[in-house]
Design a protein around this ligand. Sequence first.
Ligand code: GLU
Length: 481
Amino acid sequence: MASGSGAVVTRFAPSPTGFLHIGGARTALFNWLYARHHGGKALLRIEDTDRKRSTTEAIDAILDGLSWLGLEYDEEPVFQSHRAERHAEVARQLLDAGHAYKCFATPEELEAMRAEQRANKQPMRYDGRWRDRDPSEAPEGAPYVIRLKTPQDGEMVIDDAVQGRVTVRNAEIDDYVLLRADGTPTYMLAVVVDDHDMGITHVIRGDDHLNNAFRQLPIYHAMNAIEGGWPQPVYAHIPLIHGNDGAKLSKRHGALGAETYRDEYGILPEALFNYLLRLGWGHGDREEFTKEEAIAAFDLDGVGKSPSRFDLKKLENLNGYYIRAADDARLASLVAARMEGEPDLALLEKAMPQLKVRAKNLDELAEGAAFLFHNRPLVMTDKAAALLDADGRARLARISRALHRENDWTIEALEATTKALAEELEVGLGKLAQPMRAALTGTTTSPGIFDVLVLLGRDEALARIDDQIDHAAASSGAGKA
Ligand code: GLU
């Protein structure tokens, strides 16, 4: 697995205890872009060592979300849980070389130690009670964990690519557990061994992991002393994402799994890609980037130090922009999948230029397109029905007569005819457009009314208009206007 070459290798290392949420997706994106920008490799590692909380459902959702976002990886994902043997091997190497030791402290003993630290208001950390003891002092066959013998003097320095220089005194890092009594590796050990074995050169992750970096470094240092070839990776700890109100991001702020944005919000992947890109990274005033442009422009020096704020409204606005830019045939099939039955794709595609002008998401497009597929006679919303009062119906009857005489069924001709009628009746164009819209779509919002006439076609449009006139005549008992 080791690469050994000088090229950049990054990894995204999600724990599949939940889906691909906004923060994870952004970490994935930054890692991916960094690798692509530098012509390196982007790798994926599923950190599924917490067997109880990791689910295949979450793994599938993460893989699915990443590929939907267009982040493809250069190798098959590494599953951390498959590598437990290798993690244990490194723990034993550390033990044999004196960089780790067996600790026989019982859970009760450790609990008492912590209680005392709590009572004395001391930081809670392992006190090194087995650090210098001989294992022969332990009772025969007693269970033990393997702890890292962390240096106690001096300090560690990380020149973080985002946070700058961070220094921690070695004394602050306790001798934490590498291998549990049952022989399973801890997360801290697994991450370092996997990053080394995968040849990771750059660790880009949320700054909630900055403390972990200082716990992980002593393993690199010790292994480097033992066998060499364990260089410290470059770290880039990116600030977390906050909600609009500045508080830690949660579901309440609309922070959900990628599939929710796709399925429920009808967000296009390129919109989420761009939104995430600009969440904590900037490149002048530039707002929109294609994938290629993002790869060309991305680097860690553009990542800011302060937390960014997630704003669902902004994401939706950006989505509107990408919907307008999207290919109509592609939109038609995305929208069709959100509609009942099997709507006519050609008709949907034809309607897209008009529909997408105002839509912020795919559901709005689907709602806007629904009128095309309604069966006659149309069911009216309350607002639409209100427009078809006696006055409205009378105007509709005049429109019907004028349109029946119209043979040039184009936007221009229909507009000219309707305008002429409005002048003749001495009413504004809206007075005619409103009842027409109600009759043609059953609602009070739609694309431009002449677009609607053309999209429906002459026969269907006239039939829908006449349905409302006949209906009016029948229910009021009055003759045709
Ligand atoms: N699995 C960790 C997480 O999901 C990330 C570990 C790392 O990037 O080092 O938070």
